[in-house]
Design a protein. Structure first.
Length: 408
């Protein structure tokens, strides 16, 4: 995704506008619809992380009508996010009422590319920011628009699309509060390796979450069967913007802390955000299926051995899962652990290989590498380790193979 800084009058970074990019080499956004917004939200909260993108600054996210009126969810708290209402959104009573409700919930609103007389005036009383395109607005109209907006005491003005020093000087002279544009900083493309969850897994998750009763064990089982889905939901649960009181160490904790409504919202966004690359299959031809199976097998093996070593089985599953997924992504497990903000014992095992969970992970790695001397020196009999592996293989076959098999 792209991010472009927004500066204060003193030259400090006030926040970043997050921008959709179709690939790492894209300079301009090629979409501004619901798909683009969904991709930005999924990438920011569950793949790259808000803190690596924006630090403690604000993140400005463009929203389409679907998100404003509740047709698509906003599964995050208001603390660090500013919701930008695109100039293309038609303003009617439904939108005004929906925006007023978002403001009551604590969200800050920005009007993007504001032009007086195009119908967005009912939102001025609700807006925290008004962004005005300096490049496309004649100087005399610019001054008049600033004067009109200054009648609303709660509004901060952002001069956007500043491309020359002269435009920056003009914006300063007119009293703008914040500044954005190429003359100050071009959008930077930020990339991170990520797995894509099985489309069928997301559909199944949604179906479980919309019924009259929620089968928690089945929800947890479904999430843990898909490494990418597991990572996304643990990252969402640990995101600072969610305001949750503790760091999670397992999928089970993530499901409990997020709750049904948040889980449903994230699953919905994942479906919307990934539909552009849909191939109409259910994963049967995915060349990564074998690798994902190996990741689940390692996680399950860790969980099995944990029961014999008096360790928390769900945290052990997480350690095995994260270590395997890090290998799939070609990055150190330590980097992934930091990005996900996992609990201390899980992070310690992944970063330094220490602690009881670190010893467990070393044992599993020794078995995978057929390191017999290390296996013989381990506190667990070799036959117990072998049984843990065979059970893990059977487990993985039961939860992944049925989903990968074509149906009539």
């Amino acid at each position: 995704m792209g991010r472009q800084p927004i500066f204060s009058r003193h030259g400090d970074v006030h926040g970043y506008e997050l921008l959709f990019r179709g690939d790492a080499g894209a300079i301009e956004a090629d979409e501004r619809g619901a798909y683009a917004t969904s991709r930005v939200l999924i990438t920011a909260f569950t793949e790259i992380g808000i803190e690596p993108l924006c630090g403690r600054g604000l993140c400005f996210v463009n929203l389409t009508r679907e998100f404003l009126v509740g047709d698509l969810p906003l599964p995050f708290d208001a603390e660090q996010v500013v919701l930008e209402i695109l100039e293309t959104v038609e303003i009617d009573d439904e939108v005004v009422d929906a925006v007023a409700n978002l403001v009551r919930l604590g969200y800050r609103i920005a009007l993007d590319d504001y032009v007086f007389g195009l119908g967005h005036e009912p939102l001025l009383e609700l807006a925290a920011y008004v962004k005005i395109d300096v490049l496309e607005t004649p100087a005399e109209d610019l001054a008049a628009t600033v004067e009109r907006c200054r009648k609303y005491a709660g509004v901060k003005l952002v001069a956007e699309r500043l491309e020359t020093p002269e435009q920056l000087d003009l914006a300063r002279a007119l009293g703008f509060d914040y500044f954005q544009g190429y003359v100050l900083g071009r959008p930077q493309v930020v990339s991170a390796a990520a797995l894509s969850p099985s489309r069928l897994a997301r559909v199944e998750l949604l179906s479980l979450l919309v019924g009259p009763s929620i089968p928690l064990a089945r929800v947890v089982g479904l999430v843990t069967s898909d490494p990418a889905l597991s990572l996304r939901l643990m990252a969402a649960a640990n995101a600072d913007a969610l305001g949750l009181p503790v760091k999670v160490s397992s999928v089970h904790e993530a499901v409990l802390l997020l709750g049904v409504d948040r889980l449903r919202d994230w699953a919905t966004l994942m479906l919307v955000s990934d539909f552009d690359g849909a191939d109409g299959t259910d994963g049967t031809d995915d060349p990564g299926t074998h690798q994902l199976s190996a990741a689940v097998t390692r996680a399950r093996m860790c969980q099995n051995i944990a029961g014999r070593m008096d360790l928390p089985p769900e945290a052990a599953f997480t350690v095995g899962l994260i270590s395997a997924v890090a290998e799939l992504l070609g990055q150190p497990a330590a980097d992934l652990a930091v990005r996900l903000s996992l609990s201390h014992d899980v992070t310690e095992a992944l970063i330094a290989g220490t602690g009881p969970l670190g010893e467990l992970l070393s044992l599993v790695a020794a078995y995978e590498a057929s390191d017999l001397p290390m296996l013989l020196a381990a506190p667990l009999p070799v036959e117990d380790t072998a049984r843990a592996y065979l059970d893990a293989v059977a487990y993985t076959g039961q939860i992944i193979a049925p989903r990968a098999r074509p149906t009539a």
